[in-house]
Design a protein around this ligand. Structure first.
Ligand SMILES: Nc1ncnc2c1ncn2[C@@H]1O[C@H](COP(=O)(O)OP(=O)(O)OP(=O)(O)O)[C@@H](O)[C@H]1O
Length: 259
């Protein structure tokens, strides 16, 4: 049964005991997370920490081995249709219909989301304009650069007016001007009552945008809460390195490279 108590509706996203293993590799090890409604939330962690796996389970794309994911109180795996109406997702990997143009992708996704044709056309044009994809609108997605693919995927995530955006590395491979545009769009979305969760490796971006964050490594939450509480008076990057375990920093090894 989906849970719809007022308490959980205050939570844009709630992960409880989420668990996933691939063979003997535990990718996500009983993660608990709460993202308050209206929050701009960062999920950070080193490569292989379990961010993509967690976000995939949270958005109904990868079935968990254990635990629950709820979006505004709706259980993603018990009531996927209702949960998916509430979210816009920018997944990892960006598999796209390659032989459609950017505009066709938006039209197709909008109609799948049961928007009427006129609304789809208007919103698609606005998104293409705002994301500076006017010239690319008529080109096949197979001809897009990585950054352009990211932008058209973000447009599809926004098209139906979701309450929560779940974005896997939204700024990766995006040029600085487009990144700035995307940041502005996301800030406006949050200012108007939307909620955003995004994963990133870039601490400066997370520090700039987020009011709250979670630091994960080896499938576990190492720290979570408001930016202030996680930073604990420190620079976020220093705190991150401290939490996930400092590496050698390249001081050892690679002697052949420097000889
Ligand atoms: N389909 C899969 N099959 C096997 N192992 C997987 C699979 N997907 C992820 N893993 C493993 O699970 C762990 C977590 O991977 P995940 O992609 O969630 O990490 P991540 O934090 O998103 O990493 P990155 O920052 O590098 O994108 C890694 O050890 C990865 O090798």
């Amino acid at each position: 049964m989906a849970t719809n108590s007022n308490a959980t509706k205050e939570h844009a996203l709630e992960l409880t005991g989420l668990y996933k293993a691939f063979g003997t590799k535990v990718a996500v090890d009983h993660i608990d997370l709460i993202v308050q409604a209206g929050s701009f939330y960062g999920l950070v962690g080193p490569n292989g920490a379990g961010k993509t796996t967690s976000l995939s389970m949270a958005t109904g794309m990868l079935r968990p081995d254990g635990g629950t994911a709820r979006i505004f109180g709706v259980d993603v795996w018990q009531n996927p249709a209702a949960a998916k109406e509430l979210i816009g997702v920018l997944p990892d990997g960006l598999a796209m219909p390659e032989r459609l143009t950017g505009r066709e992708v938006l039209t197709y996704m909008g109609l799948l989301r049961k928007l009427d044709e006129r609304t789809v056309a208007t919103r698609a044009q606005e998104l293409l304009d705002v994301l500076d994809l006017q010239e690319a609108a008529g080109k096949f997605v197979s001809e897009y650069s990585t950054g352009m693919r990211k932008k058209i995927a973000l447009a599809t995530a926004l098209l139906h007016g979701p309450k929560l955006l779940v974005l896997d590395e939204p700024f990766e491979a995006v040029d600085p001007v487009s990144a700035s545009t995307i940041k502005n769009i996301l800030r406006r979305f949050v200012d108007q009552g939307g909620s955003v969760v995004f994963s990133s490796h870039v601490m400066a971006t997370v520090e700039q945008l987020c009011d709250s964050l979670a630091v994960v490594s080896e499938g576990k939450v190492r720290a979570a809460g408001t930016m202030e509480s996680v930073r604990a008076g420190r620079d976020l990057e220093d705190r991150f390195v401290e939490l996930v375990g400092a590496r050698s920093g390249g001081k050892e090894g690679l002697k052949w490279l420097l000889s």
